[in-house]
Design a protein around this ligand. Structure first.
Ligand code: ADP
Length: 153
């Protein structure tokens, strides 16, 4: 069974994340969208809120599971039997960052493969950071977040 983990903060999930998962569905038997919990990091939305949104967004995609994990992503993958990581690339700075992480995960995860999908042009400007800035500034973030979570933001 080909299992991929799509790790992230999803603070909050954006339409860019959703597009990536949809495009990756034919490649895997199961995709675990997993919220990585870093105790040092400050989040805008609570873990419960973020997980609740993920459950709603992916409820009509039977191949997608939602979870959260602490500590190393590679160890989490080993624990659940996932041999693949899914990540998105929007631009060159994503690439620089992701390259190092994927090389580390290959070693730490004992051959854990990262599969990258280049974001579609219409999503490449969207990030959770931008969405958080819009929300904090009192703007309308609805063009960037899935419809099902929109009313709650
Ligand atoms: P992290 O905290 O690990 O950066 P994010 O939730 O911000 O987590 O992102 C998780 C993954 O989703 C990353 O691989 C990122 O490149 C990808 N991603 C984020 N936004 C987009 C987008 N608009 N299009 C495609 N991929 C995206």
């Amino acid at each position: 069974m080909k299992i991929a983990v799509f790790p992230g903060s999803f603070d909050p999930i954006t339409t860019g994340h959703v597009d990536l998962v949809k495009r990756a569905l034919p490649l895997f038997d199961k995709i675990v969208v997993a919220v990585g919990v870093n105790t040092q990091k400050k989040y805008l939305f609570s873990l419960e809120t973020r997980l609740g949104w993920l459950e709603k967004v992916f409820e009509d995609m039977p191949k997608v599971e939602v979870a959260s994990f602490e500590n190393l992503t590679a160890h989490y993958c080993q624990k659940i039997g996932a041999r693949y990581l899914l990540r998105g690339l929007r631009n060159a700075s994503d690439f620089d960052y992701e390259k190092t992480i994927s090389q580390l995960n290959d070693i730490v995860g004992d051959g854990l493969e990262t599969i990258f999908l280049i974001s579609r042009p219409e999503y490449s400007h969207i990030s959770s950071t931008i969405v958080r800035e819009i929300i904090k500034g009192g703007g309308d973030a609805s063009p960037f977040i899935p419809k099902v979570i929109e009313p709650k933001i």
